[in-house]
Design a protein around this ligand. Structure first.
Ligand code: ADP
Ligand code: MG
Length: 264
């Protein structure tokens, strides 16, 4: 079937020499600078970089919301040209529709594509997956921040995306809720096997969830370092390998930690 991409899983996500610039009054604003990244199907990759460097832009391009100025993005061996249910961008603004129940919020995508009929059970299953089964009839204002993020995750997962693009999903949550949701996301990833691309500011979050951590430069974003995280899942924050990588990533980001006075 996939004769074109020999030795490559046909579901891999390939970002090939992608540059992007926005047109502004004073001239082009370069945002991405020759990004090349192969993301294996079913893997989980995190993107870290300074605020405003172009991380969300890269996710938007992968989602097909706009075409890159230069370069190609291939998903499943095909050029990404438009948004589609196999590539879902979640959380940029995890706004649920306030007038709709949790169930109806999660059903939005299927309903918009006129695919809801006969697939109602998939909404229920997505809600169960994020442990919101008992809140199908609740309205967004009746949810905690963590529950709202779970509902947003269910809304993405109900599409059974091959590629799930997560833009700072837990950034606004308190740290305990964030830890819970990180664990849940990991469990859901293991169960459903999507390819994950996570943008986060949280180095630990990247290390706990991903196979690879990509560090981007200031705008226009270039890839400055790549780290492979080999520690088995689930990971502990105090795993020495994680602690060491955390230090290396922080220094790649230009935030060297003060010496602790003893060798790690
Ligand atoms: P990050 O997610 O890394 O914080 P973004 O990708 O959101 O960064 O933005 C990168 C840069 O591109 C910023 O300087 C931002 O102002 C600019 N930018 C993003 N979207 C647009 C747009 N639609 N038009 C013009 N400039 C944009
Ligand atoms: Mg962003």
């Amino acid at each position: 079937m996939s004769g074109q991409l020999t030795r490559r899983n046909r579901e891999d996500l390939l970002i090939r020499d992608v540059s992007h610039a926005f047109a502004l009054d004073g001239g082009p604003l370069p945002v991405l600078d020759h990004i090349t990244l192969d993301i294996a199907a079913g893997s989980f990759v995190s993107l870290l970089g300074p605020s405003g460097c172009g991380k969300s832009t890269l996710l938007r391009l992968i989602a097909g919301l706009e075409p890159p100025t230069e370069g190609d993005i291939l998903a499943g061996g095909e050029l990404v040209r438009e948004p589609g249910p196999s590539r879902i961008l979640a959380f940029q603004d995890a706004t649920l529709f306030p007038w709709a129940t949790v169930w109806n919020n999660v059903a939005t995508g299927l309903a918009a594509r006129h695919e809801l009929k006969g697939r109602e059970h998939e909404i229920d299953a997505a809600l169960e997956l994020v442990r919101l089964g008992g809140f199908a009839k609740a309205y967004p204002h009746q949810l905690s921040g963590g529950m709202a993020q779970r509902a947003a995750l269910a809304r993405a997962l109900v599409n059974a995306p091959q590629i799930l693009l997560l833009d700072e999903p837990f950034g606004k949550l308190d740290s305990l809720t964030r830890m819970t949701l990180q664990g849940e996301l990991l469990a859901i990833w293991k169960r459903t096997g999507f390819t994950g691309v996570l943008v986060t500011h949280d180095v630990e979050e990247a290390l706990l969830l991903s196979d690879r951590v990509i560090v981007l430069s200031d705008r226009p974003a270039r890839i400055i370092r790549e780290f492979t995280v080999a520690a088995p899942l689930p990971r502990r924050r105090d795993d020495p390998a994680i602690v060491r990588l955390r230090g290396e990533i922080l220094s790649a980001l230009g935030h060297a930690e003060p010496a602790s006075g003893q060798a790690a």
